[in-house]
Ligand binder design. Structure first.
Ligand SMILES: CC(C)(COP(=O)(O)OP(=O)(O)OC[C@H]1O[C@@H](n2cnc3c(N)ncnc32)[C@H](O)[C@@H]1OP(=O)(O)O)[C@@H](O)C(=O)NCCC(=O)NCCS
Length: 285
């Protein structure tokens, strides 16, 4: 067992969470509970934005996903204490409670990329026109390709490629729900969906159009073995597939994830090496 996790965020957030029904986004009287909560939540979102706090991470000692419940509560509280504010980007007008991220030191952000305040994006990441929601975490040298979406609190590791149109699901409620984790060196093929706290382990490559939810069944094509649900195994090549299930009405194909083959640790799939070359030259695929 690793050391018990202690959130870097203040315990005040837990107290405000207990009193959340008393909070009001339009109450801006100085000294009111809502005004106090707004300042605390603002600070928490700043911490998340800067990467000084994060909603979840994989504990290197135990390999378990650790969730900072307080960070999630801070995000949920933001929707209770921030009023709806109008903003503008060029000709476009918006109305929202959570402002947009303003600070991207070093990150290449292509026009059309939208990141909400409270999401961390590493300086060496590349954002094509895409969306990263509050609480999201995009680590070093990761490419978020065109129309990919990183849902609230989703954690994307280092050197990951989220291909065009990939949907990484968000999770805010219930507060105990585990966010989607995409570990270092993973590749997620075009238009794939990874949702509901599913986990793509280190170096796994998901073929285009793969679907992985917490309840997706996973099979090894070489051995026929059934693997843990909702997880793409480390250093593997996986594709969306179907398994036959018998119902009273007949036999039907039900979705599953098929592990086509295993890669050596650190191995890049040949077909996907092209993406690395393009990324080195700053071109999105
Ligand atoms: C998964 C992938 C890496 C597999 O490549 P591969 O190891 O060379 O495997 P193959 O292409 O030989 O395919 C192996 C089998 O899986 C099937 N398959 C391949 N990709 C598949 C996919 N995405 N979904 C379902 N089945 C797939 C093939 O039809 C083939 O079946 P067969 O042997 O009966 O003909 C590749 O097909 C893929 O999806 N790459 C991602 C592409 C992408 O999204 N790029 C992003 C932008 S460039």
């Amino acid at each position: 067992m690793g050391d018990p996790f202690v959130s870097p965020l203040p315990t005040q957030i837990d107290e405000l969470w207990e009193r959340r029904s008393e909070l009001n986004p339009t109450d801006d009287r100085p000294g009111s509970l809502s005004a106090e909560a707004r300042a605390v939540v603002n600070h928490a979102l700043d911490q998340l934005d800067a990467g000084a706090a994060r909603v979840a991470f994989v504990d290197p000692k135990t390999d378990a996903v650790v969730v900072d419940e307080r960070a999630k509560r801070a995000i949920l509280l933001a929707f209770r204490v921030f009023p709806v504010v109008e903003s503008a980007a060029g000709e476009f007008r918006y109305r929202d409670r959570i402002p947009l991220k303003r600070s991207f030191p070093g990150t290449r952000v292509v026009p059309g990329a939208i990141v909400r305040h409270g999401a961390y994006v590493a300086p060496s990441a590349v954002l094509m026109p895409s969306f990263v929601n509050v609480g999201g975490y995009v680590d070093e040298e990761t490419m978020v390709d065109t129309w990919a979406t990183v849902g609230s609190c989703a954690q994307i590791g280092k050197r990951v490629h989220l291909s065009g149109g990939v949907g990484i699901g968000g999770v805010l409620e219930p507060p105990s729900a585990v966010p989607v984790i995409i570990e270092d060196d993973a590749f997620i093929g075009s238009r794939s969906m990874v949702v509901e706290g599913a986990r793509v382990r280190r170096g796994a490559k998901l073929g285009a159009g793969s679907i992985l939810t917490a309840s997706t069944r996973v099979f090894d094509a070489e051995t026929g073995e059934e693997l843990p649900r909702g997880e793409a195994p480390a250093w593997s090549v996986c594709v969306g597939s179907t398994r036959v299930r018998s119902f009273p009405g007949g036999d039907f194909g039900m979705p599953c994830l098929l592990v086509l083959r295993r890669l050596a640790e650190g191995e890049t799939h040949d077909k996907l090496a092209l993406n690395d070359i393009l990324r080195d030259h700053g071109v999105a695929t």
